[in-house]
Write a protein that binds this ligand. Sequence first.
Ligand code: IMP
Ligand code: MG
Length: 178
Amino acid sequence: MREIRGKSLSLLIKEDDIRRRVRELGKEIEEDFSDSEDFVVVGLLKGAFVFVADLVREIDLPARIDFLWVSSYGQGMESSGSIRIVKDLDTDIEGRDVLLVDDILDTGITLREVYDFLKIKNPSRLKTCVFLDKKGRRKVEFEADYVGFEVPNVFLVGYGLDWGELGRNLKGVYAVED
Ligand code: IMP
Ligand code: MG
Protein backbone atom coordinates (compact mmCIF):
# COMPACT_ATOMS: atom_id res chain seq x y z
CA MET A 1 0.00 0.00 0.00
CA ARG A 2 1.41 3.39 -1.01
CA GLU A 3 1.28 6.23 1.46
CA ILE A 4 2.20 9.91 1.92
CA ARG A 5 2.78 11.30 5.43
CA GLY A 6 1.14 8.25 6.96
CA LYS A 7 -2.05 8.52 4.87
CA SER A 8 -2.75 5.65 2.54
CA LEU A 9 -3.40 6.15 -1.14
CA SER A 10 -5.97 4.23 -3.15
CA LEU A 11 -5.65 3.95 -6.92
CA LEU A 12 -8.38 5.79 -8.82
CA ILE A 13 -7.05 6.00 -12.39
CA LYS A 14 -4.51 3.51 -13.77
CA GLU A 15 -1.51 4.48 -15.89
CA ASP A 16 -2.85 2.59 -18.93
CA ASP A 17 -6.20 4.36 -18.77
CA ILE A 18 -4.44 7.71 -18.51
CA ARG A 19 -2.29 6.95 -21.54
CA ARG A 20 -5.32 5.93 -23.60
CA ARG A 21 -7.37 8.99 -22.61
CA VAL A 22 -4.49 11.43 -23.15
CA ARG A 23 -4.02 10.01 -26.64
CA GLU A 24 -7.73 10.51 -27.41
CA LEU A 25 -7.64 14.08 -26.12
CA GLY A 26 -4.52 14.81 -28.15
CA LYS A 27 -6.14 13.59 -31.36
CA GLU A 28 -9.30 15.60 -30.68
CA ILE A 29 -7.25 18.76 -30.06
CA GLU A 30 -5.10 18.06 -33.11
CA GLU A 31 -8.20 17.93 -35.28
CA ASP A 32 -9.76 21.06 -33.76
CA PHE A 33 -6.55 23.08 -34.16
CA SER A 34 -5.48 21.61 -37.52
CA ASP A 35 -6.34 24.90 -39.26
CA SER A 36 -4.20 26.85 -36.81
CA GLU A 37 -1.12 28.63 -38.13
CA ASP A 38 0.19 29.59 -34.73
CA PHE A 39 -0.61 27.17 -31.95
CA VAL A 40 0.55 27.72 -28.36
CA VAL A 41 0.06 25.33 -25.45
CA VAL A 42 0.13 27.08 -22.07
CA GLY A 43 0.54 24.81 -19.06
CA LEU A 44 -0.06 25.88 -15.48
CA LEU A 45 2.79 25.11 -13.11
CA LYS A 46 3.42 23.10 -11.29
CA GLY A 47 0.52 20.65 -11.48
CA ALA A 48 0.13 20.45 -15.26
CA PHE A 49 3.75 19.64 -16.11
CA VAL A 50 3.23 15.86 -16.45
CA PHE A 51 -0.04 16.17 -18.38
CA VAL A 52 1.39 18.80 -20.74
CA ALA A 53 4.46 16.65 -21.43
CA ASP A 54 2.29 13.67 -22.43
CA LEU A 55 -0.45 15.65 -24.17
CA VAL A 56 1.76 17.70 -26.51
CA ARG A 57 3.39 14.51 -27.76
CA GLU A 58 -0.05 13.28 -28.87
CA ILE A 59 -0.74 16.49 -30.83
CA ASP A 60 0.95 16.27 -34.21
CA LEU A 61 0.98 19.98 -35.03
CA PRO A 62 3.69 22.65 -34.87
CA ALA A 63 3.33 23.97 -31.32
CA ARG A 64 4.97 26.47 -29.03
CA ILE A 65 4.91 25.37 -25.41
CA ASP A 66 5.02 27.74 -22.48
CA PHE A 67 4.17 27.70 -18.80
CA LEU A 68 2.44 30.12 -16.51
CA TRP A 69 2.96 29.79 -12.79
CA VAL A 70 0.19 30.99 -10.52
CA SER A 71 -0.22 30.24 -6.85
CA SER A 72 -3.59 28.91 -5.79
CA TYR A 73 -3.19 26.23 -3.15
CA GLY A 74 -0.83 26.39 -0.18
CA GLN A 75 0.50 23.37 1.64
CA GLY A 76 -2.90 22.00 2.60
CA MET A 77 -5.98 20.70 0.85
CA GLU A 78 -8.07 23.88 0.86
CA SER A 79 -8.18 26.60 -1.80
CA SER A 80 -6.70 29.93 -0.79
CA GLY A 81 -9.50 31.62 -2.74
CA SER A 82 -7.63 33.73 -5.23
CA ILE A 83 -4.56 33.56 -7.43
CA ARG A 84 -1.29 35.42 -7.82
CA ILE A 85 0.98 35.40 -10.90
CA VAL A 86 4.31 33.89 -9.85
CA LYS A 87 5.78 33.67 -13.38
CA ASP A 88 4.21 35.16 -16.48
CA LEU A 89 4.50 33.76 -20.03
CA ASP A 90 7.68 34.21 -22.08
CA THR A 91 5.66 33.84 -25.28
CA ASP A 92 3.60 36.59 -26.86
CA ILE A 93 0.16 35.02 -27.41
CA GLU A 94 -1.46 37.94 -29.21
CA GLY A 95 -3.08 36.72 -32.43
CA ARG A 96 -2.17 33.12 -31.66
CA ASP A 97 -4.34 30.07 -30.96
CA VAL A 98 -3.92 29.12 -27.33
CA LEU A 99 -4.73 25.94 -25.44
CA LEU A 100 -4.62 26.52 -21.68
CA VAL A 101 -3.89 23.30 -19.80
CA ASP A 102 -4.30 22.53 -16.11
CA ASP A 103 -4.19 19.42 -13.96
CA ILE A 104 -7.59 19.74 -12.30
CA LEU A 105 -10.66 21.95 -12.37
CA ASP A 106 -11.95 22.12 -8.81
CA THR A 107 -13.65 25.29 -7.50
CA GLY A 108 -12.92 26.88 -10.88
CA ILE A 109 -11.31 29.93 -9.27
CA THR A 110 -7.86 29.32 -10.78
CA LEU A 111 -8.94 28.69 -14.37
CA ARG A 112 -11.54 31.44 -14.32
CA GLU A 113 -8.91 34.00 -13.28
CA VAL A 114 -6.16 32.65 -15.54
CA TYR A 115 -8.56 32.53 -18.48
CA ASP A 116 -9.42 36.20 -18.00
CA PHE A 117 -5.73 37.06 -17.52
CA LEU A 118 -4.81 35.40 -20.86
CA LYS A 119 -7.81 36.85 -22.66
CA ILE A 120 -6.45 40.37 -22.04
CA LYS A 121 -3.36 39.39 -24.05
CA ASN A 122 -5.61 39.05 -27.15
CA PRO A 123 -5.10 35.49 -28.40
CA SER A 124 -7.15 34.77 -31.54
CA ARG A 125 -8.48 31.58 -29.94
CA LEU A 126 -8.42 30.48 -26.29
CA LYS A 127 -9.50 26.94 -25.37
CA THR A 128 -9.04 25.10 -22.10
CA CYS A 129 -8.09 21.53 -21.31
CA VAL A 130 -7.99 19.87 -17.89
CA PHE A 131 -6.81 16.41 -17.00
CA LEU A 132 -9.37 16.04 -14.19
CA ASP A 133 -12.71 17.70 -13.43
CA LYS A 134 -14.31 17.73 -9.96
CA LYS A 135 -17.64 19.07 -11.17
CA GLY A 136 -19.30 18.91 -7.77
CA ARG A 137 -16.90 21.43 -6.21
CA ARG A 138 -17.42 24.44 -8.46
CA LYS A 139 -17.65 27.83 -6.69
CA VAL A 140 -17.48 29.92 -9.86
CA GLU A 141 -18.98 29.09 -13.22
CA PHE A 142 -16.36 27.57 -15.50
CA GLU A 143 -16.27 24.58 -17.83
CA ALA A 144 -13.25 23.33 -19.78
CA ASP A 145 -13.44 22.59 -23.51
CA TYR A 146 -11.55 19.31 -23.09
CA VAL A 147 -11.72 17.08 -20.00
CA GLY A 148 -9.71 13.93 -19.38
CA PHE A 149 -11.71 12.38 -16.55
CA GLU A 150 -14.54 13.45 -14.26
CA VAL A 151 -13.60 12.61 -10.67
CA PRO A 152 -15.43 12.55 -7.32
CA ASN A 153 -14.96 15.10 -4.52
CA VAL A 154 -11.94 13.48 -2.89
CA PHE A 155 -8.40 14.80 -2.60
CA LEU A 156 -6.19 13.37 -5.34
CA VAL A 157 -2.47 13.02 -5.95
CA GLY A 158 -0.32 11.72 -8.80
CA TYR A 159 0.31 12.50 -12.47
CA GLY A 160 1.41 16.01 -11.49
CA LEU A 161 -1.06 16.59 -8.66
CA ASP A 162 0.46 17.08 -5.25
CA TRP A 163 -0.34 17.08 -1.59
CA GLY A 164 2.05 19.61 -0.05
CA GLU A 165 4.47 19.02 -2.97
CA LEU A 166 4.49 15.23 -2.60
CA GLY A 167 2.91 12.72 -4.96
CA ARG A 168 3.46 14.52 -8.27
CA ASN A 169 5.67 11.74 -9.65
CA LEU A 170 3.16 8.91 -9.15
CA LYS A 171 2.22 7.37 -12.51
CA GLY A 172 -1.45 6.86 -11.64
CA VAL A 173 -4.01 9.06 -9.87
CA TYR A 174 -4.63 8.18 -6.22
CA ALA A 175 -7.17 9.29 -3.62
CA VAL A 176 -5.68 10.32 -0.26
CA GLU A 177 -7.64 8.37 2.36
CA ASP A 178 -8.93 10.24 5.44
P1 IMP B 1 -9.42 25.55 -8.21
O1 IMP B 1 -8.93 26.95 -8.30
O2 IMP B 1 -10.14 25.28 -6.94
O3 IMP B 1 -10.22 25.09 -9.41
O4 IMP B 1 -8.18 24.62 -8.04
C1 IMP B 1 -7.32 24.30 -9.05
C2 IMP B 1 -5.98 23.94 -8.48
O5 IMP B 1 -6.10 23.40 -7.16
C3 IMP B 1 -5.33 22.86 -9.32
O6 IMP B 1 -4.51 23.42 -10.30
C4 IMP B 1 -4.59 22.06 -8.29
O7 IMP B 1 -3.26 22.54 -8.19
C5 IMP B 1 -5.30 22.27 -6.98
N1 IMP B 1 -6.17 21.12 -6.63
C6 IMP B 1 -7.52 21.06 -6.63
N2 IMP B 1 -7.96 19.86 -6.26
C7 IMP B 1 -6.86 19.12 -6.00
C8 IMP B 1 -6.66 17.75 -5.58
O8 IMP B 1 -7.58 16.94 -5.37
N3 IMP B 1 -5.36 17.37 -5.43
C9 IMP B 1 -4.31 18.20 -5.66
N4 IMP B 1 -4.45 19.47 -6.06
C10 IMP B 1 -5.72 19.92 -6.23
MG1 MG C 1 -1.28 22.11 -6.72
